[in-house]
Design a protein around this ligand. Structure first.
Ligand SMILES: [Zn+2]
Length: 252
């Protein structure tokens, strides 16, 4: 069999399998709920085109701005892909990636976010993502990760890494579990998450430009704790960036 015929046969079999998978368990767009065709990715074109892109950037995305400004390292990029509102259908992107066993959605969204960052960087509206040396996913306590099967922030980081060509590090770790952050105020969240994260092998981060990657920033309490963990761990990166798929922009 020629290579061309073999490639065509494999492609046809793959297409048939995707069609069959969709027929047996149709994949749905996490935003509008419409069935997805196999070649459309993880959300439909219509919802992707109407994404409420987050144009806000900088420390205002984090309620506790001191989390970045009082640190012994510079502030890099602080950006999110879209404006997150729990009552908006686009919140379905985060919910599906976290709770509906769709790590591939998290990875796909990470890749899309990275492409958008590259465009923003090329347009001169943002520091270029090429200035980042390593992506550090927001850590998840191992028992929770065992239960869920994956850490969605790591999946997002892996999706970004594939586009940006930046490695994903494991220097941030969760050393204890914490209760749900939902329905808590900023101060309650900060107390709930306090002491949960540690930085291991801080020497690996010396003089690097690191970016902490998370699924969503609401009050920024978790992000503030992760940034603090770098400082407490005596890590000495040059800059720390904050990248999240979604962010609640105050007043939006
Ligand atoms: Zn849709």
């Amino acid at each position: 069999m020629s290579d061309t015929l073999d490639t065509m046969l494999r492609a046809a079999l793959k297409e048939a399998k995707m069609w069959l998978d969709n027929f047996v368990v149709p994949r749905l767009c996490p935003v509008c709920g419409e069935p997805l065709q196999g070649h459309l990715g993880e959300l439909c074109f219509k919802c992707l085109a109407a994404l409420p892109v987050c144009h806000a950037r900088g420390p205002e995305l984090i309620e506790n701005r001191a989390a970045l400004s009082n640190m012994p390292f510079g502030t890099g990029i602080v950006a999110a892909w879209f404006n997150y509102d729990p009552a908006d259908p686009y919140a379905g992107l985060i919910r599906s990636a976290k709770y509906h066993d769709r790590p591939i959605l998290a990875r796909h969204c990470g890749a899309l976010f990275a492409r958008e960052l590259l465009q923003r960087g090329a347009a001169g509206s943002l520091i270029s993502p090429s200035d980042i040396d390593v992506l550090l996913p927001m850590p998840m306590f191992f028992a929770k990760q065992l239960k869920r099967g994956y850490n969605q922030s790591r999946e997002i980081a892996l999706g970004m890494a594939g586009v940006l060509g930046i490695p994903v590090g494991d220097n941030l770790v969760a050393v204890r579990p914490h209760g749900s952050q939902t329905r808590l105020s900023y101060n309650e969240r900060a107390a709930n998450i306090h002491g949960c994260y540690r930085c291991r092998h801080p020497e690996e981060l010396e003089r690097l430009n690191v970016a902490i990657v998370d699924d969503v920033i609401t009050t920024g309490a978790s992000m503030g704790e992760a940034i603090s963990a770098l400082a407490w761990g005596r890590a000495k990166p040059s800059t720390v960036s904050v990248l999240a798929l979604g962010a609640t922009v105050k007043g939006s």
